[in-house]
Design a protein around this ligand. Sequence first.
Ligand SMILES: [Cu+2]
Length: 164
Amino acid sequence: MRTITTLLAIALALPALAADVVKGDIKVSQPWTRATPGGAKVAVGYLTITNTGKTADKLIGGTSSAAASVEIHDMTMTDGVMRMRRVEGGLEIKPGETVALKPGGLHMMMIDITAPLKQSEKVKGALVFEKAGTIEIVYDIAGIGASGPDGKAAGQGGGHHKHH
Ligand SMILES: [Cu+2]
């Protein structure tokens, strides 16, 4: 009996990645963000959106319990410099389409975060769609500099990604 209890405790302690959230024709998978260094004013959220319906929907905004506002951003390369800009008019998700918000591209920009995000914790948020409405999500917080939700770090603890 004791062995079973111990094994269960170990299983529960393993980091569980957030489950998919489905509402209407929209499925949101694997929301994640990164821990933020002290003093940081912004954080970046990533996730994957699938439209399982027969009509297009549009991601038009978002909120987060940890930030004053959230915008949909994209990264573009201009003259060899990566810049991010707000996606005006929303992000269309066509029927049957899967759109990944991931490092180097589309992302949810959390602006004026209220407290530093800590690795292994979670932060609540919501996505607002034109048709599916508001979808509540929970972002897993990976390490500073992580390149994916599983916390595999690019330069974690190595002093890269200096904040400026
Ligand atoms: Cu941004």
